[in-house]
Write a protein that binds this ligand. Structure first.
Ligand code: BYC
Length: 322
């Protein structure tokens, strides 16, 4: 009985120390004690984030062979490569929590882990590449700048590196949209059409309204999140409306109106039924995205096996030398 009590009070003391550290704004490192729920919360969010980066390469990859110039192709290739790198930083950061990359990929493939709603929409025209860079990366930056100060240090460090690259991505997308808006009538229509299709799903990227966000309470208590879903969505809307105006694009929301008293834009109702449908696997491209990931992952098995064999060979050699 004494032993049980000792373990409980030891656990309580560790928890109190952890909470104190988080409240003081100190970072949590992998070697620090952390409650199981904090670890699981981070694995869920960070693995979803990593999967989003990697699945997000697919809609853009669709346009590499059809980019309108060599310059545009080079830039797009570099951007897609960056997204793969972001996935790597995030998988590595999540691995410090005691889950392997293999397990995370299995969870993606069996539907336990999600990825961002936004990558379940098709990229139909070159203007979609502009809209993805400008709106999708633009939304991601707003979210990720806030996550730079998240309490888990490896996640925070990954965010600092990722944000630097995302701002270049956002400009790449805006440049495409700006160029198309200075082009022919057909090009302007193409840009507006992309805006119309990507605007609302981009707003959904920030997650459900705060009142419907089950994970936010813990996320705030543990300073994983520093701003709410609605605060970040509002920030994104306020800065993007001005950017759209500059290049002559119309935001597809008849209820969008500047609210003088609040100092921000009011906006129309987001279609949460669509959001729920998409994140439950029934968006326009969910099946295509996952099937493609599964296929490419299986095709790449030989690379993982070769890397493992090389590692083992060198391990044996260094044992023999010792
Ligand atoms: N999509 O309680 P909530 C990129 C889920 S990639 C799908 O508010 P939380 C890029 C949520 O998971 C950047 N699911 O959750 C790459 C939860 O379900 P589960 C991607 C979503 O975690 C390539 C439920 O809804 N960025 O930029 O407190 C090319 C309730 O939500 C979504 C990140 O991943 C969604 N949008 O807050 C171009 C950011 N939203 O898990 C660009 C990191 C919510 O219980 N993540 N759900 O089954 C976060 O900041 C937070 O996880 C969220 C959600 C704000 C997204």
């Amino acid at each position: 009985m004494d032993n049980v009590q000792n373990t409980v009070s030891k656990e309580e003391a560790l928890l109190a120390k952890f909470e104190e550290k988080v409240q003081a704004g100190e970072a949590i490192e992998p070697r620090d004690w952390m409650p199981e729920a904090y670890r699981k919360h981070l694995i869920r969010q960070m693995s979803q984030h990593a999967h989003s980066e990697v699945i997000g390469m697919q809609p853009e990859g669709n346009w590499v062979t059809r980019a309108p110039s060599l310059r545009a192709k080079q830039i797009l290739l570099a951007k897609i490569q960056d997204e793969g790198g972001h996935g790597l930083y995030l998988y590595s950061a999540a691995e410090t929590l005691g889950i392997s990359r293999k397990e995370m990929i299995e969870q993606l493939h069996n539907g336990k882990a999600k990825y961002s709603n936004i990558f379940n929409y098709p990229s139909l025209t070159w203007a979609d590449i502009g809209a993805i860079g400008w709106l999708v990366d633009g939304a991601a930056i707003v979210n990720q700048v806030s996550l730079q100060r998240t309490s888990y240090a490896p996640y925070s460090r990954a965010m600092v590196r990722i944000c630097k690259e995302e701002s270049f991505h956002q400009r790449q997308g805006y440049e495409i949209m700006a160029q198309m808006m200075q082009g022919t009538e057909e090009q302007r229509e193409m840009a507006q059409d992309a805006m119309n299709r990507w605007w609302w799903p981009s707003l959904m990227m920030f997650g459900p309204h705060d009142t419907d966000s089950p994970h936010s309470a813990d996320a705030f208590r543990w300073k994983i999140k520093r701003h709410t879903n609605d605060e970040l969505r509002q920030k994104f809307i306020d800065k993007t409306v001005q950017q759209a105006e500059v290049i002559g694009l119309t935001i597809p929301d008849p209820d969008l109106k500047w609210n003088e008293a609040k100092g921000c834009y009011d906006y129309g109702r987001i279609d949460w039924e669509e959001f729920n449908r998409v994140i439950r696997g029934n968006g326009p491209c969910n099946k295509q995205r996952l099937d493609h990931h599964k296929k490419v992952h299986a095709d790449g098995a030989w690379v993982r096996e070769a890397a493992e064999a090389y590692k083992n060979k060198h391990k044996k050699q260094s044992v023999n030398l010792n």
